[in-house]
Design a protein around this ligand. Structure first.
Ligand code: FES
Length: 152
């Protein structure tokens, strides 16, 4: 299975909408995430987690780097952990370096999106914990973030 899947919502209106961009990450070995933030694939038993790609610093789009196992913002170097575990031992989505890590909570975490995985491996991203561009503990103002990825 792929390590990372990214995309946007499936409506035409959202294809060019920065705030509808998401990434689903297959948590690497040694990392975990609380059950309320992550989803276990019923086929593989592996854990996945979905984040908004919108950096909480100045809203550039972040990408997952499988080598460093961090979500990286290309604009000013913020790096976010996708899950708990060494060496950072910070909650999923926490900025561990760069500009976003200097911001006070809740503006130092990427919002987590609600991910469900069907028995056939289809993944659905809908809703969110936090506010895109703000952080996990910000009240969500977005009506929805919906998309689907078919296959595993
Ligand atoms: S916009 Fe991401 S670090 Fe500045």
């Amino acid at each position: 299975m792929e390590t990372v899947i990214s995309g946007t919502t499936t409506t035409t209106e959202d294809l060019n909408n920065t705030f509808a961009q998401w990434v689903v990450i297959h948590l690497p070995k040694g990392m975990s995430a609380p059950a309320n933030l992550s989803t276990v694939d019923p086929i593989s038993g592996d854990t996945f987690i979905a984040f908004s790609r919108v950096c909480v610093h100045l809203w550039c789009l972040c990408n997952y780097d499988a080598t460093s196992k961090l979500i990286v913002c290309p604009c000013h170097g913020s790096e976010f952990v996708p899950g708990d575990g060494a060496p950072y031992n910070s909650p999923p989505g926490t900025a561990v370096s760069g500009q976003a890590s200097n911001q006070p909570s809740p503006n130092n975490t990427l919002p987590v999106l609600t991910l469900s995985i069907a028995k056939d491996g289809s993944m659905y991203v809908k809703g969110q914990i936090g506010e895109v561009g703000c952080g996990q503990d910000c009240a969500s103002q977005a009506s929805s973030t919906t998309s689907a990825y078919k296959g595993a």
